[in-house]
Design a protein. Structure first.
Length: 151
């Protein structure tokens, strides 16, 4: 990591090292606010803008990418060598990573038929996770009384 930053003209400061290590410790899709809270718990002297700038730097050097699902919150995901997709629950805002190997093969085959060069994959499926779905069903069942009438 230090060498990668150095080749790009950046220094590895103690603050940057803490922010980067905290990002990779998260192991999930993280917003600037989430990462800022995590970093602040370890070093109260690091400001929000420092966290934001370093997240942008992590993206610039190719170790992370922005994930925007349309809910107004930009999240950051680590870049991996294995393509993966995301299931996004629009109720609880949780991301669930899914393997997409079989879909990727279908897309590669289709792209080859269209003489199209694939540069990357972003597969994001929106819906409701099982916990939120169960909660919604329980709430709906609770609003119907014993006579079958809604309350």
């Amino acid at each position: 990591m230090k060498q990668l930053l150095k080749t790009r003209g950046y220094k590895m400061t103690p603050q940057r090292e803490l922010i980067i290590s905290s990002f990779f410790e998260c192991g999930k899709h993280v917003s600037v606010d989430d990462l800022y809270q995590r970093v602040r718990a370890k070093d109260g002297s690091i400001g929000y803008s420092t966290v934001w700038r370093n997240l942008k730097l992590i993206c610039e050097v190719g170790l992370a990418e922005e994930v925007n699902i349309g809910d107004g919150i930009t999240r950051y995901d680590r870049v991996t060598t294995t393509p993966h997709g995301h299931l996004f629950c629009h109720e609880c805002k949780r991301f669930i990573e899914i393997e997409i190997d079989d879909i990727v093969e279908q897309l590669r085959h289709r792209a080859a038929g269209e003489v199209f060069t694939i540069e990357g994959f972003k597969i994001e499926v929106q819906g409701i996770c099982s916990e939120c779905g169960a909660r919604q069903q329980a709430e709906m069942a609770g609003s119907v009384d014993s006579d079958g009438e809604t309350s």
